[in-house]
Write a protein that binds this ligand. Structure first.
Ligand code: LLP
Length: 410
């Protein structure tokens, strides 16, 4: 189901023709669909309803826009954060601090303190020393921090190396082999209430098998911890579900995921926490751009658009594929190299891609940019951070202004 479709030859976001947004706000612009977000959030909740006790914490890193967070807060979502910047956003959007999970491999003492003061509901500890520091900070405030221990299950999620997190050599979590000892020691600390374990093996996972292996390893760890007398009440299963960037991509359905989780976690008797990001926001956003030039080349023509790697870094960083579609349908096709204006050859969205013929001045979109799109934007080349627009039915609203680096004192 797409909320970005052609109607009478013109691409719309829900009921709004994209040229109307481009005219009003300019390009490039990130456009989100509220209906798509609601659909994704409700589908996720519905799929997981076969599980007994569940909490969902949206991975703010994939789209920290306040309007997005507010919409998800209204649907009962909490937040998975990795910095106090994200924490402030989540709280400002109406997410209760107790529904916030603080992940992150390098939380600073200051961040831990600010999160304690705010009353964050769960700290995901990445190493033993972090637990000791958190316990001491909590004691100093006369508080007890609720925490889980993130383990590294040594499972290859089969995704891009740069977004794989669950292999032994990755920087995340404590090695699962030594986790019992670490848990045992931390559980004795005053100021810390250790309630269970967490794991997250990577992002854009298109196969359930590695997730299942990792979850089973977490289950074995829970058994081992219980055998030592630890009361395990929570397991945080992380995020990572992939989405279809190409029409032919095959990804697990939410129902298949939920069924696998139910089977693996049967009898665990814990509250399960999920940290989905991409699967909620990814397909709910597009990047609208205008063709600046079509330039002949030695091979295929360069379609030079006004969006660049600073607006959408994924192709440059991971060689990621984002479908390109002309806003006005054309009967003709062309094969092109789609590039941005930044002074690096890496500022390439697609090479030798067959697309609808576009000409100078035409509008087009990159699909599936709702997750890790605007979130990863920079102002490289002193370019503006592009605005963000939320569409809801036949209405649209600017939910982040265009911001030029010149506007920031530097
Ligand atoms: N939980 C933790 C601890 C994470 O590190 C992440 C993502 C998530 C949840 C959410 O994962 P998701 O459901 O979105 O896959 N910039 C990359 C993706 C980086 C993912 C980082 N961690 C990209 O554009 O593909």
């Amino acid at each position: 189901m797409s909320f970005f479709e052609h109607r009478d030859g013109v691409l719309h976001a829900e009921d709004v023709p994209l040229p109307a947004i481009a005219d009003a706000v300019g390009t490039p612009v990130h456009v989100y669909s509220a209906a798509a977000l609601r659909h994704a959030a409700d589908s996720f909740t519905a799929a997981l309803s076969i599980l007994p006790r569940v909490r969902v914490a949206f991975a703010v890193k994939c789209n920290p826009n306040t309007a997005v967070l507010r919409l998800l807060a209204d649907r009962g979502f909490g937040a998975d954060i990795v910095s106090v910047g994200e924490m402030r956003r989540a709280i400002a959007a109406g997410i209760a601090p107790e529904k916030i999970v603080f992940s992150g491999v390098g939380k600073t003492d200051r961040e831990l303190e600010e999160a304690l003061a705010a009353g964050v509901g769960q700290f995901n500890l990445e190493l033993e020393e972090e637990g000791e520091v958190l316990a001491a900070l909590a004691r100093g405030r006369g508080r007890t921090a609720i925490a889980v221990l993130r383990v590294n299950p040594d499972v290859d999620g089969g995704t891009h190396a740069k977004i794989s997190t669950g292999k032994r050599e990755n920087k995340f979590g404590v090695q699962i082999d030594g986790a019992v000892g670490v848990y045992d020691r931390l559980s004795r600390l005053e100021g810390l209430n250790l309630t269970g374990v967490a794991l997250h093996i990577g992002s854009q996972l298109c196969d359930l098998a590695p997730l299942e292996t990792a979850y089973r390893r977490a289950g074995a760890l829970v058994d081992a911890l219980r055998a030592l007398g630890h009361a395990i009440t929570r397991v945080d299963l992380g995020g990572g579900l992939g989405i279809a960037y190409r029409s032919e991509d095959v990804v697990p359905t939410l129902d298949a995921y939920a069924a696998m989780v139910r089977q693996v976690t049967e009898g665990w008797g814990v509250e399960l926490i999920f940290e989905p990001g991409r699967v909620i926001a990814g397909l709910a956003g597009v990047l609208v751009t205008r063709v600046t030039w079509v330039k002949p080349s030695a091979t295929h023509p360069f379609v030079i658009v006004d969006a660049a790697m600073n607006d959408l870094a994924r192709p440059a960083l991971y060689g990621a594929y984002h479908r390109f579609e002309a806003v006005q349908r054309s009967a003709e096709r062309m094969t092109a190299n789609i590039v941005g204006p930044i002074c690096e050859t890496g500022d390439t969205f697609a090479s030798a891609r067959e697309i609808d013929r576009v000409r100078r001045g035409d509008l087009a979109i990159f699909h599936a940019t709702g997750a890790y799109g605007a979130a990863m934007a920079s102002s490289y080349n002193c370019r503006a951070l592009s605005p963000q627009v939320m569409v809801d039915g036949d209405m649209f609203e600017i939910v982040a202004d265009r911001m030029l680096p010149a506007e920031r004192a530097a």
